[in-house]
Design a protein around this ligand. Structure first.
Ligand code: HEM
Length: 497
């Protein structure tokens, strides 16, 4: 067929015109600018801006200057940091669906069996199935209630041990972490074996090293850095150790018929047998177990540790909370869960602690699905989104005297945990919000009521409240750097049984 010169010219002109249109069109789209941020250095971008302080504080400092939607370049990663209630609402409500997946994180991918856990699986049908399972089975109110006697036993045992140490200085932080982990691991894996005790130090290390700011995480395409930083190698070793233990526990559980008091693994094996739309593999089950153990124990224990630290720093609050708890439980002479709803002030103390010290200060990162415009700024697809809940919860525009510990602010305040009030997001908000909130709060409120009822507390080593170091550390969760060493004094003796 003969090619006609005029039609060839026509085609070329059409192509040229289309290209110009496309270019013009895309330019028009990108009229919105990337959120402002500090000057980027070649190669490293803004990594140097985070040096010298823990990430949530360093990001808060920067946001004071560049605003509540701040753009950063961390190595190869384009990052937007959210630091106000309004901007958080845009991400976690208005555009929630577009920000409902997590960005790739090397550590998370390994430890969660290729991102098949609830926490790290992409926003798709598999994740939806797991979340449904959380709502209906794993973390429902009924399930949390079913662990009541276990919870009462674990924390009564801890209180008895504390009573046996009356007058001496004890490391309360260490005991809180051990007991909370014992509770979560028994609720998750049962108490047929003690093998899972070995999981605690593994999970602790994973949480410490997987905050997402390791050099290997910031330059994911430079594979050699993964070798240099040692992150991948270390996580692989930890994952292998954890997997061996979990594999054994799953094997032991299979085939054991449970009539009542199912642990979470029993539940997973039952629903697997009953048949799910998307069948679960053993690796999927193990990844959900990692979710429960990792997300459940560290967050609850960190909260408890901060509550006790803040009360010891504020003796007025401690006394007021003790007075309330003793008034409610003096009739019975011991603490049980049924009357905890009456402890309005103690609940306000927990709320205020979670405002000032959210255990996940940067929540868990999200990523932008499709390029979109938020508050007049363009966020490109794949951008990593960090919501600085620590900064949002202390925003002086929403909170009077925001850096002071004042539980009274919650006494007649309708702000709750449920992710509807974006100035207060310790459990996150939107689709990815924490599904373990009820369980987590139950694991904090019960031991707290016991500690307040039975004991008076003094700081160890004759330390005065104003001398306490309240610095927080790095890691996904923000633990206090210093362990809490305290001297208990029995005020209400513990019942024998
Ligand atoms: C005081 C206790 C707790 C706090 C403060 C807390 C906080 C959080 C936060 C901030 C997130 C991320 C939300 C987001 O990205 O918007 C989260 C996610 C999650 N939490 Fe919790 N949590 C607590 C207890 C628990 C417990 C006890 C469990 C289960 C045993 C649990 C399981 C999870 C899971 C599975 C996710 C991932 C959800 C998803 O990605 O879809 N959490 N939690």
């Amino acid at each position: 067929m003969e090619i006609q010169i005029p039609s060839l010219l026509l085609c070329i002109s059409f192509l040229f015109f289309t290209l110009i249109l496309l270019k013009f069109g895309s330019r028009k789209k990108s009229n919105a600018k990337f959120p402002p941020g500090p000057l980027k250095l070649p190669l490293i971008g803004n990594i140097h801006n985070l040096v010298g302080d823990v990430p949530h504080r360093a990001l808060h400092q920067l946001a004071q200057k560049f605003g509540p939607m701040m753009g950063l370049q961390l190595g190869e990663l384009s990052v937007v940091v959210i630091s106000s209630a309004d901007a958080a609402k845009q991400i976690m409500k208005t555009h929630d669906i577009n920000f409902a997946s997590r960005p790739p994180i090397i550590a998370a991918e390994i430890i969660s069996y290729g991102c098949t856990s609830i926490t790290f699986s992409p926003h798709a049908d598999y994740w939806r199935q797991l979340r449904k399972l959380c709502t209906l089975e794993l973390l429902s109110n009924k399930r949390v209630q079913s662990f009541r006697s276990l919870r009462e036993k674990v924390f009564a045992d801890l209180s008895r041990w504390i009573a046996s140490m009356e007058g001496s200085s004890i490391n309360l932080t260490a005991e809180l972490y051990n007991s909370t982990y014992a509770l979560i691991s028994r609720a998750t894996l049962g108490d047929h074996t003690t093998e899972h005790e070995a999981l605690l130090p593994i999970l602790k290390e994973v949480i410490e090293i997987s905050a997402g700011f390791d050099i290997a995480e910031l330059f994911p395409s430079v594979k050699v850095l993964q070798g240099v930083s040692g992150l991948r190698r270390r996580i692989m070793v930890l994952h292998k150790e954890a997997d061996k233990i979990l594999e054994d526990v799953v094997r032991q559980h299979r085939g054991v018929k449970v009539e009542e008091h199912e642990d979470l693994l029993d539940v997973l094996l039952r629903v697997e047998e009953e048949g799910l739309e998307l069948p679960l593999t053993t690796d999927n089950i193990k990844s959900v177990l990692v979710d429960m153990l990792g997300a459940g124990s560290e967050t609850s224990a960190t909260t408890m540790d901060w509550v006790m630290a803040e009360m010891l720093k504020n003796p007025r609050v401690l006394e007021k909370a003790q007075e309330e708890v003793r008034k409610v439980f003096d009739e019975e002479g011991f603490v049980d869960e049924s009357r905890i709803p009456q402890l309005k002030y103690m609940k306000a103390v927990v709320k205020e602690t979670l405002r000032m010290h959210p255990p996940l200060p940067l929540l868990l990162p999200r990523k932008c699905g499709e390029t979109c415009e938020v508050n007049g700024y363009e966020i490109r697809a794949e951008t990593k989104i960090i919501v600085n809940a620590w900064a949002v919860n202390r925003d002086p525009k929403c909170w009077e005297d925001a850096h002071s510990f004042k539980p009274e602010r919650f006494m007649d305040n309708m702000v709750d945990y449920r992710g509807n009030h974006f100035e207060y997001i310790p459990f996150g908000a939107g689709r990815r919000m924490c599904p373990g909130m009820t369980f987590g709060l139950a694991n904090v409120e019960l031991p707290l009521a016991m500690f307040l009822y039975h004991f008076d507390w003094k700081l160890g080593g004759g330390m005065k409240p104003q001398e306490m170091d309240m610095a927080d550390g790095t890691g996904v969760t923000s633990r206090r750097i210093k362990d809490l060493c305290v001297v208990p004094v029995i005020k209400r003796p513990l019942p024998i049984n």
